[in-house]
Write a protein that binds this ligand. Structure first.
Ligand SMILES: CC(C)(COP(=O)(O)OP(=O)(O)OC[C@H]1O[C@@H](n2cnc3c(N)ncnc32)[C@H](O)[C@@H]1OP(=O)(O)O)[C@@H](O)C(=O)NCCC(=O)NCCS
Length: 219
């Protein structure tokens, strides 16, 4: 995958992984990642973390021709987007998401990527939408039939998280600073100064989850 703006995406359902799969993923993690995994109180969260980071290492290792365990990552500052430092991942960006029961990873070449996943049975609060979403998103959401609002919230939320992860600021981007819509997934108002080369995708990687991918192409 060396074409500019090429993107690979993989999702894994935890139910499809065996103990041996998880052990193999754990074996390629760094000491720091293993220690972080061990700090999760709930075994399911630990497994999701291990699966997500094992998947990232597998995908990036295949791409750069390096053993997954030898990859080294860094963040520029606390809460920043992780990136590959060794081997230097010139032109490669990646994003991961771990949600209850499923993990996802996107790798982009020559573009910025953000991916997000949520379980569709997650409890949602319209108060969060009122407080954090753009005013037009909240108006769109509350204009829907009441029984459609929880799923619509999660579709918006994952699109917004994916965009915020592609930019690299996460939730610190300010969730009211840009505006998205599902069906078809699109940016109504792009994040300030981010340009126009956005591509958004949304799909259900399984019956119980919604995923979103945001790609910021370098034109
Ligand atoms: C950290 C954040 C980027 C995403 O968090 P999240 O959606 O809870 O968690 P996900 O599993 O989808 O994504 C976490 C991954 O994003 C990546 N990430 C962290 N900071 C990032 C940033 N600034 N930019 C891009 N990616 C980032 C990391 O790889 C992280 O995984 P790791 O810590 O295991 O390495 C941030 O936007 C956040 O805190 N969101 C709030 C989450 C929330 O309140 N959710 C409620 C949903 S209804």
């Amino acid at each position: 995958m060396t074409a500019t703006n090429a993107v690979q995406v993989r999702t894994l359902a935890l139910a499809d992984l065996t103990e041996a799969d998880l052990e193999a993923s754990r074996a390629v993690l760094s000491d720091a990642e293993r220690q972080r995994a061990d700090r999760f109180v709930f075994p399911a969260s630990r497994s999701e973390y291990i699966a997500a980071h094992g998947l990232v290492r597998q995908m990036l290792g295949d791409l750069v021709g390096c053993a997954p365990a030898d990859l080294v990552f860094a963040v520029a500052k606390e809460g920043g987007k992780p990136f590959l430092t060794d081997p230097p991942g010139a032109g490669i960006d990646f994003s991961l998401s771990h949600a209850t029961g499923m993990v996802a990873c996107a790798v982009g070449f020559g573009c910025a990527v953000g991916i997000d996943l949520e379980p569709l049975d997650r409890r949602v609060s319209l108060g969060i939408a009122r407080r954090f979403f753009a005013a037009d998103e909240y108006a769109w959401l509350t204009g829907l039939a009441e029984d459609a609002q929880p799923a619509a919230f999660l579709h918006l939320w994952t699109l917004k998280e994916a965009v915020a992860k592609a930019v690299g600021l996460g939730i610190q981007l300010g969730f009211d600073a840009f505006s998205v819509r599902p069906d078809p997934p699109r940016l109504e108002v792009p994040p300030p100064g981010s340009g126009t080369g956005w591509r958004l995708e949304q799909w259900q990687p399984g019956p119980g989850h919604v995923a979103a991918l945001a790609v910021l192409e370098r034109l």
